[in-house]
Design a binder for this molecule. Structure first.
Ligand code: ADP
Ligand code: NA
Length: 327
């Protein structure tokens, strides 16, 4: 291998948040210089919750367009649909048989999701980490960018891979976590102790990538802060710290520089500056996104080409696995 392999992806939803962007997508753009990058539209994972078929299909396509609009070049990155490469489901079944119930019982995300979807606690929700292991191991990924909330998933992937390798020899590369240098953890604008998430019911808590400028500024103006008037980073100031993290991530300014910039000014000025900075950052992405959605042939071509590329690598691993286990 010339370059190390990097694997990541997001569930097939039509919206992404500023958290998805600053925590993941924005950082992915330049990784293709150093890594052979695979990014999936993880539509099989999305089936763990009930989907409206028409919306689901549109959402997967919107996610694809958002990836590209954010700057991921489909010629330099393999951006493909998980469901278009059957090897994901095929390897997941094999790995299911090498995963213990006890391991899955320990996954904290299952407990969270089961509590949230009490009316549909399906087996897919439970074995989700095994499908995720298959996603990563199929491409012999060396590194996986992970958020703190996903560490447990990478751990179980490594455990399954090591177990398999111990039985059958060196079949899978054992993936490592990759921590981006300039990635931000973005908190809810209404409760800065919680992660900003698209599933938040309070619309003011979340900046969506396709929100227009006025909406973005309005949401930042309403962001929960504190009763002081000091733009300072600190654990005792989660609201202001979150805004500083967002502003710093986009402008490249340090916390000290930001404090100095807004010293003697009120929170109103600071919030407006953050809102404008975010809106200006997202404007080109939004413009490109609109163009891409109209260019059906271009997106179709990218999907087709990259599906085939992904399948080539995935099938190579799957054949190796089948051979080892006697299928
Ligand atoms: P969500 O929590 O919005 O459902 P996902 O769990 O699908 O998002 O995460 C997709 C990617 O975005 C992951 O790499 C995750 O670490 C990152 N991410 C999600 N929310 C945030 C956030 N608030 N701040 C930073 N990164 C985030
Ligand atoms: Na999530």
């Amino acid at each position: 291998k010339e370059k190390k392999v990097l694997y990541s992806g997001m569930q097939a939803t039509g919206t992404l948040t500023l958290g998805n962007y600053l925590g993941a997508l924005k950082n992915w753009v330049s990784l293709c210089d150093d890594y052979e990058c695979f990014y999936g539209v993880m539509d099989l994972h999305s089936l763990t919750v009930r989907q409206n078929p028409t919306e689901f299909r549109q959402n997967a396509r919107k996610l694809y367009a958002l990836y590209v609009a954010a700057g991921l070049d489909p010629e330099k990155n393999c951006i493909y649909y998980q469901s278009h490469v059957p090897a994901h489901a095929q390897l997941a079944w094999v790995l299911d048989c090498f995963t213990y119930m006890g391991e899955l019982n320990r996954m904290t995300q299952f407990k969270d999701k089961a509590a949230k979807h009490a009316d549909n606690i399906n087996a897919g929700l439970y074995t989700y980490p095994v499908l995720m292991a298959a996603d990563i191991l199929l491409y012999q990924a060396d590194v996986v960018p992970v958020g703190v909330d996903q560490k447990q998933h990478l751990e179980i992937t490594r455990d399954i891979a090591e177990r398999f390798n111990n039985l059958y020899g060196e079949v899978f590369t054992i993936p490592e976590a990759y921590f981006g240098q300039n990635s931000a953890k973005v908190m809810s604008l209404q409760d800065p102790t919680k992660k900003m998430s698209k599933s938040d019911e309070n619309v003011n808590a979340t900046i969506l990538l396709l929100d227009d400028k006025d909406t973005i500024i309005r949401k930042f103006k309403r962001a929960v802060t504190d009763s002081e008037a000091e733009v300072r980073y600190g654990e005792d100031k989660p609201g202001i710290s979150n805004l500083m993290e967002i502003y710093g991530c986009i402008t490249g300014k340090t916390y000290d520089e930001i404090s100095a910039e807004f010293s003697g000014k009120g929170y109103g000025d600071f919030k407006l500056a953050v809102g404008e900075t975010v809106a200006d950052e997202l404007a080109p992405l939004q413009k490109r996104y609109e163009e891409l959605l109209k260019d059906k042939a271009y997106i179709d071509g990218c999907i087709k080409e990259n599906d085939a590329k992904a399948a080539y690598f995935a099938n190579k691993t799957l054949r190796k696995v089948h051979k080892k286990i006697g299928l």
